[in-house]
Structure formats: structure tokens, C-alpha cells
Design a protein around this ligand. Structure first.
Ligand code: KG4
Ligand code: ZN
Length: 344
């Protein structure tokens, strides 16, 4: 390791994944993620149960991340943790642990905005990755997660401007809620993706929202699927089960088309062809394929994160922490997490 190498422990606990990562500069040495299966029983994340699972998982996950990285605690330069947005109880587990751990080691803490980290996941290099080519500033990033849908104009690591966002449901939320309407278990997004691969994306036509500008709306799609299935089930109660592949393919096709339409508009308005996607929904194969096609159709330079950096992970938190470390942007001891996103 070179003299100036900065080793950071990243901690993510904003929703239902407890994750810890160790990075050296922007290189990921380890990225351990513990999911929480308990929520499947309830068809969605139960905040109180999430906090408890974080409390149970956090030490083993961190211990494993340090061991996998072959890094000793005294080699850490700082602890970076998600301080929002997210479930407040879950965030408090991660932030309390991080602050205490850093105090014990006499090293600084770094607060990381979860949505900023999803964007900066593009700068995380896998330990063995060659030919790493991150996006060049300025670029556009479509951040599509369970709670947020944003088109972000990224001028520098910490110069981010939202130029479009959802007015109601987020794209991930739309996937999850519509999956539930179809009768699929939680979390629906990855399952819709899987079943869509076996279905016809043009089997059913669902309306696109009529929102001008770069904003999104997904609640209308949810309602139209609900009414469509209600009508069909009156004729045949097994309709959704019989046609779930076509339903998933059509829903996915609609969501992806809406996302791509707005990205095209954003690219035209800004003149930027350096285009990235981030957040849990960027794991979606329909979105990944549609974006790859834009490289051919529109000459975009596209950036799709590796799967493990799409959904919630601590590697993106540690890497964001590294860039903040370079700016001496450290947290104070009395910092407190926040639940709602209020801008970058
Ligand atoms: O970024 P993320 O892991 O957590 C939040 O910050 O919200 O995003 C989670 C969301 C969930 O709504 C999940 O269903 C969705 O991402 N998701 C997917 C896929 N993988 C995860 N949606 C569609 N297709 C996928 N393959
Ligand atoms: Zn996320």
C-alpha cells in the first residue's frame, strides 16, 4: 500500500440491507451485504423489524468486511456511514455504531447521503477490475431506487442538481406495488424482471403518464394495472396467475419506456450524452438493455454499475466517504441521521 492510501470502512443501514465495505481510495477491498428475509412475511419492509435486524447483523457484517479485506482496525483512516435518507431507526443503528467505533479508534466519521452515494457508485473500482472507466463530468445520472426517482445533473463529485424527479411513486416502488397487485411476493422488482424474460412486453398496453418536462409519475400505472386486473379477474379469477409473465413483461416495458423517454429529453435539453444509471432498479435487465440500445441509437456513452453496486451496498458509501475525506469533510460528534431527502 502506498503512503497516501486512504482506507475507509463504509456502513450502510438505511433500509433492509445491513452492509459494510472496506475501500482503499476508490478501490473496493470488500463489500459484505446481509439482506433481511423477515420482511417477505409482511409483503414490505417493517421499520421496527429492520432496526432489530440491523442491530443483530451489524457487528458480524463489519467483522467479515474487515477480514475479507485483510485490513486491521488500526489501518482505518475513517468510518463513513449513511446518515439519510432512509428509515430513521435503521439509520440510527448504523450511525451510532459508526460514531462509537470511530471514537474508540480515534479516527473521524464521514456522513454520506445515500442518494449521492448511489451516483458515486460509478467511481467504485472492483479490486481486480482492469480498464476502469468512470463517467466524465458533466454527466446525467438516472437514480432509480425503492424510494426515489431522479435525473441528476452531475457536474462534479459533490455538485449534483436534480433536473427531474417523481411526483408520486418511485420506479422501484411501482415495480414492488404492481408486483403485489399481480400476486407476487415482496420484493417484487427482481421477480418482475425474472418473469418478464419469459413474457411478451407488448401483450398489454398500459398508459404513459402525461407529465411535461422531466418529472415522472408512476401511481397512474399502478392504478391502471389494478383496474385492468380487476376487470379480467371478474371473467377469470386465475387471469393474473395464468398471464403473469406477459403482465410482468408489459409492466416492465412501460416503466422502462417512461424512464428512457425522460432521459432522452434530459439529454437533448442539456446536450449531455454521458449517461449513467444508479439505484436498485438499475439492476433491471429491461432498463440495462434499453440503455445499451441508446448507445447505438443516440451515440450515448453509457454507464451501468455492476450488479452489486446497484442495490443498497456499503461500497458506494465508503467510496463517497473517500471523496469527502479528500475534502476534509468530516462529521461532528453530535450528527444525527435524517429520514427524508431534502436536496443535495
Ligand atoms: O436502491 P435500492 O436497493 O434501495 C433503496 O434505496 O430504495 O432499491 C430497491 C428497489 C426495490 O424497489 C426493488 O424492487 C428494486 O430496487 N429492484 C428492482 C430490481 N432489483 C431491485 N426493480 C426491478 N428490477 C430489478 N432487477
Ligand atoms: Zn438505495
Amino acid at each position: 500500500m502506498a503512503e497516501k492510501d486512504i482506507i475507509i470502512l463504509g456502513v450502510e443501514s438505511s433500509c433492509d440491507e445491513t452492509s459494510a465495505a472496506v475501500t482503499c481510495n476508490n478501490k473496493v477491498f470488500s463489500n459484505v451485504i446481509a439482506g433481511q428475509k423477515i420482511h417477505e412475511l409482511y409483503g414490505g419492509v417493517v421499520p421496527e423489524l429492520a432496526s432489530r435486524a440491523h442491530q443483530k447483523n451489524i457487528i458480524p457484517v463489519i467483522d467479515r468486511a474487515l477480514k475479507e479485506a485483510k485490513v486491521k482496525k488500526n489501518e482505518l483512516a475513517a468510518v463513513a456511514y449513511t446518515n439519510g435518507p432512509g428509515l430513521i431507526g435503521s439509520l440510527m443503528v448504523g450511525s451510532s455504531f459508526s460514531k462509537s467505533f470511530a471514537l474508540a479508534l480515534n479516527i473521524p466519521t464521514i456522513e454520506v447521503n445515500h442518494l449521492q452515494a448511489h451516483v458515486l457508485a460509478h467511481f467504485a473500482v472492483k479490486d481486480n477490475e482492469e480498464d476502469f472507466l468512470p463517467p466524465r463530468f458533466p454527466f446525467l445520472c438516472l437514480t432509480v431506487s425503492g424510494g426515489h426517482t431522479q435525473i441528476v445533473l452531475v457536474s462534479d463529485y459533490f455538485e449534483m442538481k436534480i433536473i427531474g424527479q417523481t411526483r408520486d411513486d418511485a420506479a422501484g416502488e411501482a415495480f414492488d406495488k404492481i408486483a403485489k397487485i399481480i400476486g407476487l411476493p415482496y420484493p417484487g422488482g427482481p421477480l418482475v424482471d425474472k418473469l418478464a424474460a419469459e413474457g411478451n412486453p407488448l401483450a398489454y398496453k398500459f398508459p404513459h403518464p402525461k407529465i411535461s418536462g422531466l418529472d415522472f409519475s408512476f401511481s397512474g400505472l399502478k392504478t391502471s394495472v389494478l383496474y385492468f386486473l380487476k376487470k379480467e379477474k371478474e371473467k377469470n379469477p386465475a387471469f393474473a396467475e395464468l398471464h403473469k409473465n406477459d403482465l410482468c413483461a408489459s409492466v416492465q416495458h412501460t416503466i422502462v419506456s417512461v424512464l428512457i423517454e425522460k432521459l432522452i429529453k434530459a439529454s437533448e435539453q442539456t446536450g449531455i450524452k454521458e449517461i449513467a444509471i444508479a439505484g436498485g432498479v438499475s439492476a433491471n435487465s429491461g432498463l440495462r438493455n434499453a440503455l445499451s440500445q441508446m448507445k447505438v441509437d443516440r451515440g450515448w456513452n453509457i454507464f451501468i454499475p455492476p450488479f452489486e453496486y446497484c442495490t443498497d451496498n456499503a461500497a458506494m458509501i465508503a467510496v463517497t466517504g473517500y471523496f469527502k475525506f479528500l475534502k476534509n469533510d468530516f462529521a461532528t460528534q453530535d450528527s444525527f441521521p435524517f429520514a427524508r431527502f431534502a436536496g443535495f
